[in-house]
Design a protein around this ligand. Structure first.
Ligand SMILES: [Zn+2]
Ligand SMILES: [Zn+2]
Length: 490
C-alpha cells in the first residue's frame, strides 16, 4: 500500500512541478515577449466588465446592416475616450469608421463588425424564446466581434504608449457584413492603401487560427416586369412577371449539372404576385452564386444573367437586375496565421463555470443527433491550411486580396452550435460569449504587438500575398461601380 501511495504522491508532485518548470522554461526562452504578453492580457482582463456591458448593449440593439447607428457610435465613443483619432462615415457609409492611434509604420488594422441578422430574435436563455419587441438578433455574434476587436485595439494602444514603440494601430468599423458588403466599399475607397497587415476574428463554437479560405459570392435581385390582367377573363392580354421568374429558375436549375460541382447557387422568390386571379405584373427573385474562386463565380453569374435574359424573351416580359453584393474568396496567409495560432495556444480556450456548464448542457439538448463535446470549448484546434473555401462567404475576402490578412475564431457559442441560429444568439448574450470574446481580443492584441516588433514577418506575409494572387493581379470588385446598398435591409 505504501508503495502505491508513494506513487500517487509522486504523481501529484509531478503534476504541480511540471507546469511550473515549463513556465520557467518558457519565460527563460523569451522573457521579453512573455512580459509583453502578460501586460497586454492583464490589461484586457482588467476591463472585462466594461467590455461585457458594451457587447450586451449592442446585442440588445441588434441593428441591421447599414442601420447600425447606435452600435457603431458605442464603439467609436469607447475608442475616442481612449485617445484614438476617429474618422466617421468613411467610404460614403454613415456607420463605417476608422480609429487610429500611434505614428508611422507598420500600420496594423483590426476589423470590427457589428450588424445583426433579421428574423432571429432570441433571449439569453438556453431554450427557444424569441424577444417579442425585437425581430432581429446577433445570430452571427458580430456584437462580440466588434467589441473584442475594440478591446484588442485599446490593449495595443496601451502597449504602444507604455513601450514607446513606433507604429499605428487602426480599428476599422465595418458595417453590413451580412449581405451588404461594407468592406468592399472601404477597400474601393482606398482605406486600406497604407495598411501593412489586417487582423480579424469571428465568433464560433470552437477555437482555431487556421489559414483558411471562404467562398466567393455574388448576389443580385432579378426583376421581371409584365402586364396585369384578369387571369381567367383576359389572360391573353396579360404577361406574367412570375412566369419570367419561373422560367429563369428552371433554366438555372438545369445549369447546375454543367457548372463545377463545388458551385453553390441558391435563390428565394421575394415577390411572386399578390392574388391568383391577377396575372402578376411584377415578380422578383434574389440569387446568391458562390464558388471557392472569384473567377468561377463571375462565369456562373454571367450564365445566370443569360438565363434571366432568355426567360424574359420567352415570356415577353422585361427584366432588370441589380447586383447586391460581390465578395472575393478569402486568400489564406500561412505566415501570418501561424503567428496568430502560436498566440492563441498561449491564451488558451474557454473554461465554463458551473452556471455556464449548465446553460451549455441545456442548449446542447436542442441539437438533436448532432454530435458535440462541451470540453472542446477549452481546446485549440491544430493548425491547418485550407486553400479552398467551403460553406460561407465574407467581405473580409476583398480585404485579404489587397493586404495580408489573418483571422481566428473563438468559442463564443456552445460547441455544436451553428452560426445564424437561436442557440448562437442565446450564448452570445451570456458570459460564455464574453469569455470567447476575451480569447480573441488577447490573441489579436498579442499578434499585433509581435508584428509591430518583427518587420521581417510582415515582409514574409507580403511575399506570400503576391505569390498567391499572382504578380499581374489588379483588384476589381465584383460589384462593379455600384454604390453601397444602404437600403438593402429596408
Ligand atoms: Zn453570418
Ligand atoms: Zn458573421
Amino acid at each position: 500500500m505504501k508503495f502505491f501511495s508513494d506513487i500517487k504522491l509522486k504523481m501529484k508532485l509531478l503534476l504541480i512541478i511540471v507546469p511550473i518548470l515549463l513556465s520557467i522554461q518558457l519565460l527563460a526562452q523569451n522573457p521579453v515577449k512573455n512580459r509583453r504578453d502578460s501586460l497586454i492580457t492583464a490589461g484586457i482582463s482588467s476591463q472585462i466588465g466594461l467590455y461585457e456591458e458594451l457587447a450586451q448593449k449592442i446585442w440588445s440593439l441588434a441593428e441591421l446592416g447599414y442601420q447600425e447607428y447606435e452600435s457603431s457610435k458605442l464603439l467609436q465613443d469607447k475608442l475616442a475616450a481612449e485617445g484614438f483619432e476617429i474618422e466617421s462615415g468613411v467610404a460614403a457609409i454613415p456607420t463605417a469608421f476608422t480609429a487610429s492611434f500611434g505614428t508611422g509604420s507598420p500600420v496594423i488594422a483590426i476589423l470590427a463588425e457589428f450588424d445583426a441578422l433579421p428574423g432571429v430574435s432570441q433571449d439569453a436563455v438556453p431554450h427557444r424564446s424569441p424577444v417579442p419587441e425585437r425581430s432581429a438578433g446577433h445570430a452571427c455574434g458580430h456584437h462580440l466581434f466588434g467589441v473584442g476587436s475594440v478591446a484588442a485595439g485599446v490593449a495595443v494602444k496601451n502597449w504602444i504608449q507604455s513601450s514607446g514603440v513606433e507604429g499605428t494601430i487602426r480599428v476599422y468599423g465595418t458595417p453590413a457584413e451580412e449581405g451588404g458588403g461594407g468592406k468592399i466599399y472601404m477597400v474601393k475607397a482606398g482605406l486600406f492603401d497604407d495598411v501593412d497587415v489586417v487582423l480579424h476574428w469571428h465568433p464560433s463554437s470552437s477555437n482555431g487560427a487556421d489559414a483558411a479560405s471562404s467562398l466567393a459570392n455574388k448576389s443580385a435581385k432579378f426583376r421581371f416586369y409584365g402586364q396585369a390582367s384578369h387571369a381567367a377573363g383576359a389572360p391573353e392580354r396579360g404577361r406574367s412577371g412570375l412566369d419570367g421568374v419561373e422560367a429563369m429558375n428552371y433554366m438555372v436549375n438545369l445549369m447546375r449539372e454543367h457548372v463545377p460541382s463545388d458551385s453553390r447557387i441558391h435563390y428565394v422568390i421575394t415577390r411572386g404576385g399578390e392574388a391568383p386571379n391577377v396575372v402578376p405584373e411584377f415578380a422578383e427573385v434574389f440569387y446568391y452564386c458562390r464558388h471557392p474562386l472569384a473567377e468561377q463565380v463571375k462565369k456562373n453569374f454571367d450564365w445566370i444573367v443569360e438565363a434571366a435574359q432568355g426567360a424574359a424573351k420567352g415570356t415577353q416580359t422585361r427584366m432588370e437586375y441589380e447586383v447586391i453584393h460581390g465578395l472575393f474568396n478569402l486568400l489564406p496567409n500561412e505566415a501570418l496565421s501561424k503567428t496568430m495560432h502560436t498566440n492563441l495556444l498561449k491564451v488558451g480556450g474557454v473554461y465554463y463555470d458551473d452556471k455556464e456548464r449548465a446553460f451549455a448542457e441545456e442548449i446542447a439538448t436542442s441539437f438533436g443527433d448532432i454530435p458535440y463535446n462541451l470540453e472542446s470549448a477549452k481546446m485549440i484546434k491544430p493548425f491547418k491550411v485550407y486553400e479552398r473555401g467551403r460553406g460561407g462567404s465574407t467581405d473580409v475576402g476583398d480585404v485579404s486580396w489587397v493586404v495580408p490578412t489573418a483571422g481566428m475564431r473563438a468559442a463564443t457559442w456552445v460547441p455544436g452550435t451553428s452560426a445564424h441560429s437561436w442557440q448562437a444568439v442565446a450564448a452570445g448574450g451570456t458570459s460564455i460569449g464574453t469569455k470567447g470574446m476575451m480569447v480573441a481580443a488577447k490573441t489579436i492584441a498579442m499578434t499585433a504587438a509581435d508584428l509591430m516588433l518583427q518587420p521581417e514577418k510582415i515582409k514574409g506575409a507580403w511575399s506570400e500575398l503576391v505569390r498567391r494572387r499572382g504578380k499581374e493581379f489588379e483588384y476589381q470588385s465584383l460589384v462593379g461601380d455600384r454604390e453601397p446598398p444602404l437600403d438593402y435591409r429596408k
